[in-house]
Design a protein around this ligand. Sequence first.
Ligand code: FES
Ligand code: FES
Length: 162
Amino acid sequence: MKIPLTLNGEPRTIEALADTKLMEALRKEACVDVKCGCCRGLCGACAVLLNDAPVPSCIVPAAAARNCSVVTLSHFKTLPVYDDIDQAFRQAGVELCGYCDAGKIFAVYSLVTRQELPKREEILPALASLECRCVDENLLANAVIYARALRTRREKKDKNVR
Ligand code: FES
Ligand code: FES
């Protein structure tokens, strides 16, 4: 079947069978930054933004992306909002090994986007569902708080420039 969508900001129509997962369909479109890890929806290696919300593309059917926006990590990294997160990770001492970067980065993005003043008690449960061998959840929670502050500062600066 044909699935029209917006992929990394560009209109596109992808081909997939009814049982094709989004990860497989995206990798066929040369989005090799969408990685396969556990293939069970647990690790975040395959995470993408589907209509601005993180999803594990290894378990989401490709058909769910019909008429939606899909953003993969390599494109996300070109956006100013990623610079806030990258700086926050450095500030918090979060070091990603490369395996589940997409899951971690999009989870932080989602928290930062949903809440203006994210609280540690809300952040920790939201991050707990991601399996990860490397990153301490407390450091990651700090990164969410720093990223939100950096984003607020950047948005204020952008407004004053206009
Ligand atoms: S590969 Fe999809 S969540 Fe692990
Ligand atoms: S950063 Fe998650 S496994 Fe390494």
